[in-house]
Design a protein around this ligand. Structure first.
Ligand SMILES: [Zn+2]
Length: 162
């Protein structure tokens, strides 16, 4: 096998009247994230990391925001699609690591549940999914509580080229 790595970054703005869904988990909060899908910023960053590692275009290509049929879809479906593309190449997702950057709400109480959801969607073990969280120390748009950002990396094993 040859080992590939990928990175992903995503950010969504807070919006009133939306559920807050991160890593497939709905978190009780006074605001959710704006977006065409369920705006799951963590799942989007992870999907882009997986897609990047296998040299595929990002999630905007596979799930264009102009496609009305995907409005409000669970982003776990996006993760499933990314995992499917890895499988089609005969590859295997080795591990995922991710960091959420948010002033609020507290992420870590939900991290175990998020890891489970993400692991199932990707077809890997929950111990192969890392989730960490930090604040932006009150600086910038994240620091002002305007939204949430997420960073992710993916390590993937692909068969040798023939
Ligand atoms: Zn997104």
């Amino acid at each position: 096998m040859r080992y590939r790595s990928g990175i992903g970054y995503d950010v969504h703005q807070f919006a009133k009247g939306r559920p807050l869904i991160i890593g497939g988990i709905t978190i009780a909060h006074d605001r959710g994230l704006a977006g065409h899908s369920d705006a799951d910023v963590l799942s989007h960053a992870i999907a882009d990391a997986v897609l990047g590692a296998i040299g595929e275009p990002d999630i905007g290509y596979w799930f264009p925001p102009t496609d009305e049929s995907i409005e409000g879809i669970s982003s776990l479906k996006i993760l499933e699609k990314a995992a499917e593309l890895v499988s089609e190449k005969g590859g295997r997702i080795e591990n995922i690591d991710a960091t959420l950057i948010a002033e609020e709400p507290k992420i870590m109480p939900h991290a175990t549940a998020m890891k489970e959801e993400i692991a199932v969607a990707l077809g890997i073990g929950s111990s192969d999914v890392g989730i960490k969280a930090t604040t932006n120390e009150t600086m910038g748009f994240v620091g002002r509580g305007e939204g949430i950002a997420a960073l992710a990396s993916a390590s993937i094993a692909l068969p040798e080229r023939d």
